[in-house]
Design a protein around this ligand. Structure first.
Ligand code: FAQ
Length: 318
């Protein structure tokens, strides 16, 4: 038990570290609400990477060439790795990997809305890389400066890999856009489907973002949802022109007077439906994750038995 004076001093130290833009480390005292916010965000982020393997995993057996298959496999493997870094970062806050997995497979945890959409065409591999990884980078580069050390450090490595992913997606779309009319149409159709969901990845508009004020005060978030969405659109416009694809928003234009992009209203009803578990692929994503967990039970048992055998052998040798 700590005394009220000790608690006040700990809080003051925490506030001073945040004010000085220093990092909070796992051994440091932190308010319970800060810990809970980080567990929430980091575990959701980890779940997104893990569930995020499914839409692309769908194309590994059908990639159009051996080279494309190898690249796609490497990308999906990177996503598994990102999930593991993030789960490890969350574990430093006191939650176990098993708890996080249970929350996910029981449908109690959120993961990014974007992974509840289907991938019916090969061009979707390009659109996911260009738009989904592009949005992920925009959101995650500022998280490299998040106040919690293990999260910020995980982000540095993740962002390096995401920027490679984004380029490979762009290159898939560029190849299609330099191809036949049918390939160009496939690329455009895919961009039309992924554009709006990728804008939703940044979260609700600022005035409906309940967590933003506190997360910004704690320097977990450095920019608001709408600021990052604007930055993302600004990044896409010249890239879309280079690709020769049209962004599916007739209202999209630069507003010189206000220094921002004007755009059509995002369909927030669709966003809320996806978050409520009623998106096109929510049920399938959870079913597949649950099945993978159950199918992997023997691997976990074998690994635990091996670890026990090894530590028993080490105890005898010592
Ligand atoms: N989907 O008050 P806010 C990737 C929830 S990784 C689902 O604004 P906050 C890599 C939010 O959790 C993509 N839920 O919340 C890849 C909150 O609910 P809660 C994942 C969403 O936390 C690429 C409620 O709405 N990236 O793509 C979404 O301040 C390709 C109210 O929202 C991250 O997780 C959404 N889109 O801001 C992998 C980045 N948006 O928890 C494979 C880290 C909001 O109170 C292939 N996370 N919600 O019940 C963040 O930066 C923040 O958590 C935000 C949301 C910006 C997502």
């Amino acid at each position: 038990m700590t005394s009220p004076t000790e608690d006040t001093r700990a809080q003051e130290r925490f506030d001073a570290l945040i004010a000085a833009d220093s990092r909070i480390e796992p051994r440091d005292w932190m308010p319970d609400a800060y810990r809970r916010t980080l567990v929430r965000q980091i575990s959701q982020h980890g779940h997104s990477e893990i569930i995020g393997m499914q839409p692309e995993g769908n194309w590994i057996t059908r990639a159009p060439s051996l080279k494309r298959k190898a690249i796609l496999m490497a990308k999906v493997q990177d996503e598994a790795g990102h999930g593991l870094y993030l789960y490890s970062a969350a574990q430093t806050l006191g939650i176990t990997r098993e708890e996080m997995t249970q929350q996910l497979i029981e449908g109690r945890a959120k993961y990014s809305s974007i992974f509840n959409y289907p991938t019916p065409s090969w061009a979707d591999m390009g659109a996911i890389g260009w738009l989904v990884d592009g949005a992920a980078i925009c959101n995650q580069v500022p998280l490299c400066r998040a106040s919690y050390g293990p999260y910020a450090r995980a982000m540095v490595r993740i962002c390096k890999e995401e920027s490679f992913h984004q380029r490979q997606g762009f290159e898939i779309l560029l190849t299609l856009m330099r191809g036949t009319r049918a390939q160009q149409a496939m690329a455009q159709e895919s961009v039309d489907r992924w554009y709006w969901p990728s804008l939703m990845m940044f979260g609700p508009p600022d005035e409906h973002s309940p967590n933003s004020a506190q997360s910004t005060a704690w320097k977990i978030k450095r920019f608001s949802n709408d600021e990052l969405r604007q930055r993302f659109v600004g990044m896409l416009v010249p890239q879309a022109a280079a690709l020769g694809v049209t962004l599916p928003d007739p209202e999209l234009r630069w507003n010189e007077a206000e220094g921002r992009w004007d755009m059509s209203e995002i369909d927030w009803t669709e966003f809320r439906e996806v978050l409520a578990g009623r998106g096109p692929m929510n049920a399938e994503r959870l079913r597949a994750r649950r099945a993978a967990h159950e199918d992997g039970a023997w691997v976990r048992e074998a690994a635990a038995a091996y670890a026990q055998k090894r530590s028993a052998a080490e105890a005898v040798a010592a």
